[in-house]
Design a protein around this ligand. Sequence first.
Ligand SMILES: Cc1cc2nc3c(=O)[nH]c(=O)nc-3n(C[C@H](O)[C@H](O)[C@H](O)COP(=O)(O)OP(=O)(O)OC[C@H]3O[C@@H](n4cnc5c(N)ncnc54)[C@H](O)[C@@H]3O)c2cc1C
Length: 437
Amino acid sequence: MEQVTIIGAGLAGCEAAWQLAKRGISVRLLEMKPGRKTPAHQADTFGELVCSNSLRSNQLENAVGLLKEELRQVGSLILEAADGTRVAAGGALAVDRQAFSQWITDRIRQHPLISVFEEEVREIPAEGQVVVASGPLTSDALSRAIQEFLGQVDYLHFYDAAAPLVTFESIRMERAFFASRYDKGTADYINCPMTEEEYHAFWSALCTAREAPVHGFEDQSVFEGCMPVEVMGRRGPDTLRYGPLKPKGLRDPRTGETPYAVVQLRKDNATGSIYNLVGFQTHLAFPEQKRVFSMIPALQDAQFVRYGVMHRNTYLDSPRLLNRYYQTKACPRVMFAGQITGVEGYVESAASGALCGMELGRRLLGECPLDLPRETAMGALAAYISDGSVAQFQPMNINFGLIPPLGHRVRGKREKNTAIAKRALAALAERLQACGM
Ligand SMILES: Cc1cc2nc3c(=O)[nH]c(=O)nc-3n(C[C@H](O)[C@H](O)[C@H](O)COP(=O)(O)OP(=O)(O)OC[C@H]3O[C@@H](n4cnc5c(N)ncnc54)[C@H](O)[C@@H]3O)c2cc1C
C-alpha cells in the first residue's frame, strides 16, 4: 500500500494522519518543530492551540457544536483529545492546552503506521500522495514552493483583511431597505440607515473601542493596504460619512429622504443567507465588534458568523484550486487540509483534515467516496471551499448559513438550528452506514 506524506503536525495534519492510519495506510508525517517554529507556536508537541484554549460551543444548536459531534462520529483524534482533556467552560468545549497537545502527540507517535520526521519541508514532494497541512503560518520556503506549484502568484494569500459577516435572517429588515446607490442596476444592497443621533453614538463607540492585540509577526503592511474602519473613524466625525457610511444616492422608502448615514450590506454567498458589512475591515477585538456594530439599528440582533479580521493568514484561493475532497484539481495527488484551505478555526481545521484523510484513505483502498452531503457540517465546509460560485473567497468558520435550509418552517432559532443539526447527524449516519463505516 502506498505511503502518504503529510506536511505539518497541527490539528489538520494530525487528524488526517490518524484517519489514514486507522484505515491501515502508512503515513510519513513531516513537522518542522522543534527545530523551527512559526512565530505563534511555542510548544514542541503536535496539535498546538496557538491562542485560545477554547474549541468554542459544544451545543448542537450551534454550528461548531454540530461539527464537533460529526467529528466524534467519525472517530476524530482531535475530538478524542479535547473530550479527554476538557476543563469547565459552561456550554463551550475548552481544554487543558498542554494535556490536549500531549494527548495528540502520544497517540501519533505511538501509532505503528505513522512515522514522524522533524524537518522543515521546502518543496512539494515530486511523487506520491501528499497532504499539505502547514497552517496559516506556513514557513516562507514552503509558501514559495506552494506558489510555484500552483503556478500563479494570486492563488495564495498572505493576509486576511475581512469585514464581519452576518446572517440575513438576523438583520432587522424593518430598520433596513434594499436599494442600490442612485437606483443603478438591481437593488442588491441592504441599506442600514442611521439618524444623526444614532450615527454619533456609533461613531464615538467605534473610535474608543478596544483593538485586538497585534502579534509581532503581523507587521504594519497588514494595516497599510486596507484601512480599518475604526482608524478611518478616528480621522474625524464626518470621515465615515464620506467613506463607507456615505448616504448619497440612497433614499429611505419609509421617509422618502436621504438618511444621515448608511451602512451597506452586500450578499456574501449565492443563496443570500450571509451578508458582509461593506468597507468594515476592522482590527477591533471580537466582543467589541459585537458591541459596537450592534449599535447600527438594523444590526441590533445581528448574528455574526464571522468577525472582521486583519491578520497574517496564509490561505489558498481554494474554490479555483480544490475539489470537495481537498485535492488540487490540477494535480489530484496533492491535497491541502486545515486553515490553509480557507476553513477558519481549530475545529474547522481538524474537520478538513478528517475529511481529506477519510476520502484519501477510501480512494487508496479502492472504496467509493464518502461524499458527505452539504446538509452535514463537514460536507458544507468542503462545499464552501470548493464552490466556484463564491465571488470573493474569504476564510470562514462553520455556520448554519453554509448548510441548506430545512425546507419547512420551525419556530424559534434554537429549535430551527437543532432541527438542522439532527438532519445533519442523520445524513452523516446514513452515509457512514452506506460506506460500511
Ligand atoms: C495567531 C493565531 C491565533 C489563532 N487563534 C485561534 C483561536 O483562538 N481559535 C481558533 O479556533 N482558531 C484560531 N486560529 C486559527 C486556526 O484555527 C489555527 O491556526 C489552527 O491551528 C489551524 O490548524 P492547522 O492544522 O491548519 O495549522 P497549524 O495548527 O498551525 O499546524 C501547522 C503545522 O505545520 C507546521 N509547519 C509549517 N510550515 C512547515 C514546513 N515548511 N514544514 C514542516 N512543518 C511545517 C507548523 O509548525 C505547525 O505545527 C489562530 C491562528 C493564528 C495564526
